[in-house]
Structure formats: structure tokens, C-alpha cells
Design a protein around this ligand. Sequence first.
Ligand code: FEO
Length: 399
Amino acid sequence: MPARIIKENIYAVGAVDWDRTLFDALIPLPHGTSYNAYLVKGAEKIALLDTVEPAKLKVLQENLAQLNIKSIDYVISHHAEQDHSGSIPAILQQFPAARLIANKKGQDMLLPLLKLPPERIQLIEDRQTLPLGGKTLQFIFAPWVHWPETMFSYLMENKILFSCDLFGSHLASSELFASGNENTILEMKRYYAEIMMPFASRISKHLEILTAFDIQMIAPSHGPIHDEPARVFSAYRDWISSEVKNEVVLLYISMHGSTENIANYLADCLIQKNIKVKPFNLISASLGEIALALVDAATIIIASPAVLMGPHPNVVYATYLINALKPKTKYAGILGSFGWGNKVVDQISNLLQDLGVEFLPPLLIKGHPREQDYSEIQRFANLIDDKHQSLFNQMAITH
Ligand code: FEO
């Protein structure tokens, strides 16, 4: 992707990665991603805001050459993760006069991660400004969205927020701007679910801080630039709020059909009660899709067969990740089928201990479900419906 102009003397110089399918060896990328770097040319100084994944260094260098950039005064590191910082050593080598701008926590991470010469780093403080000549960057520290050193910068004259990973999306696109594309909000939600959701309370504080800034454009480190910031703030406020929807995320896996029958019957019972059900068979379900579904759901149900006394390993994997993602879900339920004594309930509930959910009474069925078992599953669905109704009544009262 060539360098593209955002506004006069402000350019997108990063790289689009159409082919990448996995991030952090964990997160599926169904639509690729981008590593956004920005160049701001003041009358006196030039600043490069972040770099790119090292595999895309050549693209960044070609974009700088296209703009005829012979020297850079400042390389700004908003975040030490290597998809943005990984090309800093090469850029510092290419532009020997450039100073690397970082905060103290950033320095402490960049030095060991990238083996940088410490003398190249210039530390800045929260809210410090960096004049470039007619363009002024102000740094806004934003710890834990999603690393401790994360910061934003605000280009005062143009009212652009460079928001690092926050408000980003893993979306490879030839479009520079989101411009009302609904798909961008969906991909931003997926990114929120996978990366930002564990930090919802921190994000809430940062959103509050950002209300003091007049922001006309948000330029994140992944995905399109948001030229309608109000839509972005509104979507984020919804996701980080404590309010949930009348939805159940149903994770299941089955070895001989019993657990699948239980899960399917439960889904039918819930649907009859007008509860939206999002089922995921853990044989092949995508972590990203599960995370996305968890943003809104009031309840998580996990249905597992017993394998060597414990839950199926795929259930352990999914449950561990759900606990780490910390969705705002209010209730959790465990169902399953077993052949002899098992520890499925204990082990799954232990894995979910950070969620702070109310656990519904578990329902384990010996072998294939029989008539009385289906009645129990119906009662289980009734209980979920009762819990949801009382929750939504409570929410209505508090509004
Ligand atoms: Fe896009 Fe946390 O790096």
C-alpha cells in the first residue's frame, strides 16, 4: 500500500497485511490486518508515529522514500509490542539523527525487547507537548489499553487522536477511512473482544479523559481511520458498559452424541423463550467468534463430556481463554454427560473463577439423555429465562 495523505502534511505510511491469518500465535485474523504508522511533517520537525511489523519494514521504507523523507527528527513509540515497535531499530539506523520518543514504562520494555541503544531514547511525561512547527503533538498516557506503557498522542492543530491499539480493528482494507462502513464497527468489536475486553474498566476511565479533547478523527494502529469518532465512542461505551443482552453463548463438544443432544435441546428451549442463542461446537469454533459473542451475552453455558474424569481438553482451552477475556457476563452454567464419576463441574468452575458470575446449578446426565433428563434441561432453560427476566427488570428500574 503506498503512502496516503490524511490531511496536509499528515500521511499514512504503514503496511496492510492481507495474508496474515493468526496474531500472537493465538488470535485468528479472518480479514488480515494492518500496521498503521503515521508521518507528521511540521515546519521545523518531522515525526514518525510508530513503525510496522518487521516483516513489512520494506513497505514503510518505500512509503518514506515515496514522500522523499531524507531525515526524521522523532520516532514516537506509543506501544512496545513488536507489531508497532519491531521496525524501530532499522528506522533508527536509517535515520541516525532521530530521537526515539517513549515514556518511562515504554523505555523499560523497548530496551530489552529490541536491544536499542538507550542514548537514542528521549523520555516524555503525560500531557507533555512536542512542537514540530505549526503542528503540536500532545502525549496522553493510557496504561493498560492494553499494555502498561501504552499511550496516545493528540495532534492539537488538526484534532486527530492517534489512539494506538484502542479503537483498532484487524482489517486489511484498501480504504483509508472507515467513513460509515458498518463492517468497520463489527471488526472493531471483534478487536475489542479479543484484545481490549479484559481492560474494560481502564478503557472507561480513558474514555472519560478523552472527553476533554476535541477529537475530529481517530487514527488507530490497526485498521481504517475513523472519520466519524462519535460512532466509535458510542460503540465502545456500549461494549464496556455493565449492561448485557438477552443472549446465551453455548459452548459444547460431544464425543458420542449425548452432550450434543443436551446442547441442542437446551438451545431449542431457550429459543422458544425468545432468548438469542449463539452455539459454538468446540471441535472447530473460532476463538474470535466466541470472543465476539461474549461481548453482549448475559449467560455462558458450557456443555462437556467427561474425558478421563475431567472436561474435554477443548473445553478446558476455551474456558481458560474466556476467564482471561473477562466478559461482563452475569451467569454461567455447566452441563454434560458422563459415564462414571467425574470432576467436570469442579474443574470448569475453577477455570472461570475470575469472571465473578453467578453459577447456575449444574446438570450432569449419565449417558444419553432420557425423557426425565429432557425435562431437567427444560427446567434449566426456564431458570436461565427467569434470571434474565429479573436482570432486565432490574436494569429497567435503574434507568
Ligand atoms: Fe497492535 Fe498491542 O499491538
